[in-house]
Each structure stands twice: as structure tokens, then as C-alpha cells.
Design a protein around this ligand. Structure first.
Ligand code: AMP
Length: 630
């Protein structure tokens, strides 16, 4: 029998995962990313694009690019009148008929569109496993009715899967959080706020048996709605200033949607950001709107608060009080919003558990369920976990966890880092353990140097760092220069030998310092970004400075100087402002950048994916490490 894969078929993104031995592997797609956007695009030439490629061309092909199709699956037209208005593609069908999407002269069911995403995930899994994959566990919101579940199953069948189970997302999440690995009886709440749906579930776990006591939620609430609110705000501001209604321009709306989503995500880690869309309405009309976290909270606060009513109902249905809930786990990309965490914390009276990546928890749980169904999962239920995050110190003194707290062990994680200065001949790998965002607040476990890095500009050398933690808590850290293949290794014992009290204290400490730590992290990140911006603009001035008029040059130099000064201060907003100035001044410079980017986007949307960046994997993140020059 082949392997059964676990699939999280999400509103915004979908993932595929598989159990390998004792570990769950979330499989990266051909672009190097674990998340495949649940987006399907149909080009003029009749080609079909799925995932990243579809998302990238959405901007130039809004009417024929379908996203958030999960909002329509298994639903009749009259049930989705509100949703229809949110998307540029055309939804058709009589009021009592199943909703469909019209792409030119073709009608497609949401099942068929979802099947295209599922087929892509199937190919991802097959490429990784080197064999055909025909069986899957696919998750859906607990709130889905029978028609929606059946339609999800049908999507799987169209994609060529024998769907072993349509599995509730919260149960999957509970499995991923290892709820079934704890001893005894406990009640947990899974708060899942994704792109399109909100689910709250109260579960009871008795050793290895997980039972759903109640579910509630709102199939009309998620990150898409937050984006929409922010878009409305920005459109209104623009209209006030220029008397132009961007709602009538599909192209502008698509660009705006992406920019608003990005801004919303930025505001989860920063206090302020700017939406900047040059040439949004033809010739010389640019859109520039500053937005703070507090403003965003005012715009979406009522939506977030509205998630509490279903929480109350779910508790009442389960005959449980908030104080009886031992663990609240957060799932779904939108739970990264600080206000969501705050509202949940206040409601349940305890810090929510965020130990599993909120994007991956459901897929991981689906893979565990798949392994349980195929009889492969006995061992994992008794697995040990890594008690505190293990990671590295990088640029700005930040701590980057490679193996996060509560990961099942043994496990191995890799990440590529780079140098922080030009011609840096060596890097220092400093290993830390803990939950605080600044490395120095965590426990240092050891360090070593990797030398003889050939001279190169900062950011160019690729140093691959591997953390391998075995079942006995022995950590081996390896750093390898991917250019020269030179490598060095360090072994650290006793990473798991911490007392229960010590672990609790560390976690509590991280919670107590939460807000202060976040501020320090924001500042360190802003300074890092400022460094990068300064480096890039200095390079630009060196290489193309003479092409600028002396006025433009002076403007840029002035902006650079202000950024340099701002970087020395402790004010994140000021650094951001100065950075924006560097990025946008003078106008001529930003226009050139934009034109270049647009030209590049055009080449990148070639259906065969042969853009200029072909060699670079999407999602491949290279982090500048705080590696001192030797
Ligand atoms: P999911 O359906 O779980 O994939 O969640 C996707 C939603 O999470 C989208 O609306 C994203 O914009 C949102 N999201 C992802 N990361 C963040 C973030 N850092 N801050 C706020 N929202 C986020």
C-alpha cells in the first residue's frame, strides 16, 4: 500500500504533509514553499496556473484568477451573495443551484477548481516521494455542513485521490499540538482563524482519545474580511483626496488587495506601515497611505470581538467554563494578529499556546491522522518533545529558532543564513535555547566559527545551518558553506534534561516579558531592515548615482542621512518613516524601480515559469546572521 498523505485544503493556502517514520514532514512545493496558495489562474492562451504562479499573475488577470474558492464549495448561489461581492471573478448559477465560477465561456464548479489545487499538491507529494500517491486525508472546517464535506470529498476524487477521510481541522490541530501525548484527562480549545473561516472547538482528550465536545464558528469570518476592511478604508481615503473611486477598477483592486494583506501582516510585528502603490490610477496618481496597528485594530476590532460569541456558545454547548480549559491552541494565519491573541487571552484567562506553526498545524495533524488510519502511527503517540526552542543568534541580536518548542523528536531542521558585512571571512555560530526573541535573554549552549569564506558582498555567501536533535536530546549543529562545501560541527548534550519547573519558568518568563520583548524585537528588526536599505541604496548610488540629477542625488543623500540618524534612536516608527523616505525619494527613483519590477513581473508570469529568477526558489529565505568579521 502506498502512503496516505494529509492535506490541509485551506481558503488561502493549502499544504500537504506526510508521516515519515516518527516525524511529520510538510512537503515543500516546486517553488520551495510549504504553502501553496489556493489560487487557480486561467491565462489568455488557455493555460491553467496553480499556486504561486497563479497568485503572481492575479494582478494582471483578475477576472480569470480564482481564490478563496473554499467560500463557495458545496454552497448554493443564494447562500453566497455577500461573498460574491468580495471577488473580481464572476460567480454564476440560479439562486437554488450550486454556485459556479464563469471563466470566459466555461462554467467551473468549486469542486473542479479545488481539485486543481489538490492535483498540484498531489504532484508535490509524488515528486518528493518518487511514487504515485492515491490516498489522502483532507481537512475541512468543523463547521462545514454535509454538502460542503461531500463537495470537499468530490474535489479529492476529481484530483484522483481515494479520500480516506474528510477530517475536522480542529481535531487535526489538536493532534499536531501533541494533545494526545499528554497523560490524563484534559479539555482544550482550538481557536482557528484563517483566511475565510473561523472555528472554535472544545475538545476533550483522555490519554490518546480525542473527542470533540462542541464546535461553533462563523463561515464568514477571516483574514479576507480584515483585508476588505482595510481596503475600504484606503479606497475611501484615496477618494477623499483625489475624487476617484478605485472600486471600479479591477486591476487597481487586485493590487490594493495584495498591498492591504501585506500591510495587515506587517502590522502583526510592527506598529506602523505604509501602503504604497505608484500609478494606481493612471498617469501620475500614486497611492500612499500610512496605517498604524492601532488604526487597523479600530477597523477590524469588532470582527475580532465577534469571534467571542461563538466561543461562549461552544463553551456552553460543551458544558465547560473558560477556566476549565487547560490549553487554548491557536491555528490559522490570522491568529498572528496581536489583537487576536490579546482577545483570546482575556477571554480564556490564559496565554494561548502558539508552539506549532499556525499555518502548518492542520496539515501536520492530517498527516498524523493519515498515519493512524494506515496503522503507521502507534509510535508517535508516545513521542517525546523538545521542551524549549533551539536556535541561533542572528543580525541585531535576534534569536531565530530552528527547532521550536514542543516539536516531536528526533527532528532535523535546516536554514540558510548569510553574512552581515562585505568580504566577511568567517561566521560565528552561537546556539541558544529559550522562548525570548532576543538571543541574549535565552540560555547559551555553545558556539563555533566557520572560517575561510571566500570574499563576497554581504548576503551572497550561503551558510546552511542544520540542527539535528536526537531522541536523547543530543543536539548536533552543523554549518556548511554551500559555496566551498567546507563545514564544521558542534555537539551539545542535555538539551532536553530540564526540570518541569525550569521549563515552566522559562515559558512564563517569555509571556511576562511579552510586550517588552516584542518592542525590542520590532526595534532590532527595523534596524536590520534599515541596514539592508542603506546597503542597497549605497550600492545603487555607487553604481548608478551619476545617472541621477544633482537634485535627486541630494534628496537621496539627505534621506540616507536621516535614516542613519533614525537607526541610532529607539523609535521604530521613525526608522520606518526614514526607510520609506529612502525607498520613495526621489520620485524618479521609485518610478524606475517600479517599472523594473513591473517588467520583471511580466517575464515571471510566463506560463512555463521561466522568469529571470528561475534559479532562485520561491520562499527560500536567506537571513543575514550576526556573524562577526574575523
Ligand atoms: P490560513 O487560512 O490559515 O492559511 O490563513 C490565511 C490568512 O492568515 C490570510 O488572511 C493571511 O493574510 C493571514 N495571515 C498570515 N500571516 C499573517 C500575519 N503575520 N498577520 C496577520 N494575518 C496573517
Amino acid at each position: 500500500m502506498g502512503k496516505i498523505v494529509g492535506i490541509d485544503l485551506g481558503t488561502t493556502n493549502s499544504l500537504v504533509a506526510i508521516m515519515e517514520g516518527k516525524e511529520v514532514k510538510v512537503i515543500s512545493n516546486k517553488h520551495g514553499s510549504n504553502l501553496t496558495p489556493s489560487v487557480v489562474g486561467f491565462t489568455d492562451k488557455g493555460e491553467r496556473l496553480v499556486g504561486q504562479l497563479a497568485k503572481r499573475q492575479a494582478i494582471v488577470n483578475p477576472k480569470n484568477t480564482v481564490y478563496s474558492i473554499k467560500r463557495f464549495i458545496g454552497r448554493r448561489r443564494h447562500e453566497v451573495t455577500e461573498e460574491e461581492k468580495m471577488f473580481p471573478y464572476e460567480v454564476v448559477g440560479g439562486p437554488d443551484e450550486p454556485a459556479k465560477v464563469r471563466i470566459r465561456d466555461k462554467m467551473l464548479t468549486p469542486q473542479e477548481i479545488s481539485a486543481m489545487v489538490l492535483t498540484d499538491l498531489k504532484e508535490t507529494a509524488e515528486a518528493y516521494l518518487g511514487e504515485k500517491v492515491t490516498e489522502a486525508v483532507i481537512t475541512c472546517p468543523a463547521y462545514f455542513n454535509e454538502a460542503q464535506r461531500e463537495a470537499t470529498k468530490e474535489a479529492g476524487r476529481i484530483a484522483g485521490f481515494d479520500v480516506k477521510r474528510v477530517f475536522p481541522e480542529p481535531t487535526a490541530a489538536a493532534l499536531a499540538f501533541g494533545a494526545n501525548r499528554k497523560k490524563g484527562l484534559q479539555k482544550i480549545a482550538v481557536y482557528d482563524l484563517g483566511g475565510g473561516t473561523f472555528d472554535i472547538s472544545i475538545l476533550e482528550i483522555d490519554n490518546e482519545v480525542i473527542q470533540v465536545l462542541s464546535v461553533n464558528g462563523n463561515t464568514h469570518l477571516g483574514g479576507d474580511d480584515f483585508d476588505q476592511r482595510l481596503m475600504n478604508h484606503v479606497i475611501d481615503e484615496f477618494k477623499k483626496e483625489h475624487r476617484i473611486d478605485l472600486r471600479k477598477d479591477a486591476r487597481a483592486l487586485q493590487r490594493l488587495k495584495e498591498a492591504c494583506e501585506r500591510a495587515k501582516c506587517d502590522l502583526s510585528s510592527m506598529q506602523e506601515t505604509e501602503i504604497n502603490l505608484p500609478y494606481i490610477a493612471g498617469q501620475d496618481l500614486h497611492l500612499t497611505v500610512k496605517i498604524t496597528r492601532a488604526q487597523l485594530e479600530r477597523l477590524i476590532g469588532d470582527l475580532i470581538e465577534s469571534s467571542l460569541k461563538p466561543c461562549e456558545k461552544a463553551l456552553a454547548d460543551a458544558k465547560v467554563q473558560a477556566k476549565d480549559i487547560e490549553e487554548v491552541v491557536l491555528v490559522g494565519g490570522s491568529t498572528r494578529i496581536p489583537m487576536v491573541q490579546r482577545v483570546v487571552r482575556e477571554f480564556f484567562g490564559k496565554e494561548p499556546n502558539r508552539s506549532v506553526n499556525p499555518d502548518e498545524a492542520v496539515a501536520i495533524g492530517a498527516a498524523i491522522q493519515a498515519a493512524i488510519l494506515s496503522g503507521d502511527a502507534k509510535e508517535i503517540l508516545l513521542l517525546d518533545v523538545n521542551p524549549l526552542s533551539l536556535g541561533l543568534k542572528v543580525e541585531g541580536g535576534l534569536f531565530v529558532p530552528l527547532i521550536s518548542r514542543n516539536s516531536a523528536i528526533p527532528t532535523e531542521k535546516k536554514q540558510v543564513f548569510s553574512t552581515a558585512t562585505d568580504n566577511q571571512p568567517a561566521v560565528t555560530i552561537e546556539v541558544f535555547q529559550g522562548e525570548r526573541p532576543m538571543a541574549e535573554d535565552n540560555r547559551k549552549l555553545g558556539q563555533f566559527d566557520l572560517e575561510d569564506i571566500p570574499p563576497a558582498p554581504r548576503g551572497v555567501p550561503k551558510i546552511e545551518v542544520t540542527f539535528a536533535l536526537d531522541a536523547n536530546g543530543i543536539l548536533s549543529v552543523k554549518a556548511k558553506d554551500l559555496g566551498t562545501t567546507k563545514e564544521k560541527q558542534l555537539t551539545i548534550k542535555g538539551t532536553t534534561g530540564l526540570s518541569e519547573d525550569e521549563i515552566k519558568r522559562k515559558v512564563k518568563e517569555a509571556e511576562e516579558y511579552g510586550e517588552k520583548d516584542r518592542q525590542r524585537k520590532d526595534l532590532a528588526e527595523a534596524r536590520n531592515q534599515a541596514d539592508h536599505a542603506l546597503y542597497a541604496i549605497e550600492k545603487f548610488l555607487r553604481e548608478s548615482g551619476e545617472k541621477l540629477s544633482s537634485d535627486d542625488r541630494k534628496k537621496i543623500e539627505g534621506a540616507v542621512e536621516r535614516l542613519r540618524k533614525a537607526k541610532e534612536k529607539d523609535d521604530v516608527a521613525e526608522i520606518k518613516r526614514a526607510m520609506d523616505e529612502v525607498a520613495t525619494a526621489p520620485h524618479e527613483f521609485s518610478r524606475k524601480l517600479y517599472e523594473q519590477a513591473a517588467a520583471q513581473a511580466k517575464t515571471e508570469t510566463k506560463p512555463d515559469g521561466e522568469g529571470p529568477e528561475k534559479g532562485k526558489k520561491e520562499g527560500e529565505k536567506i537571513i543575514d546572521a550576526d556573524f562577526e568579521t574575523k
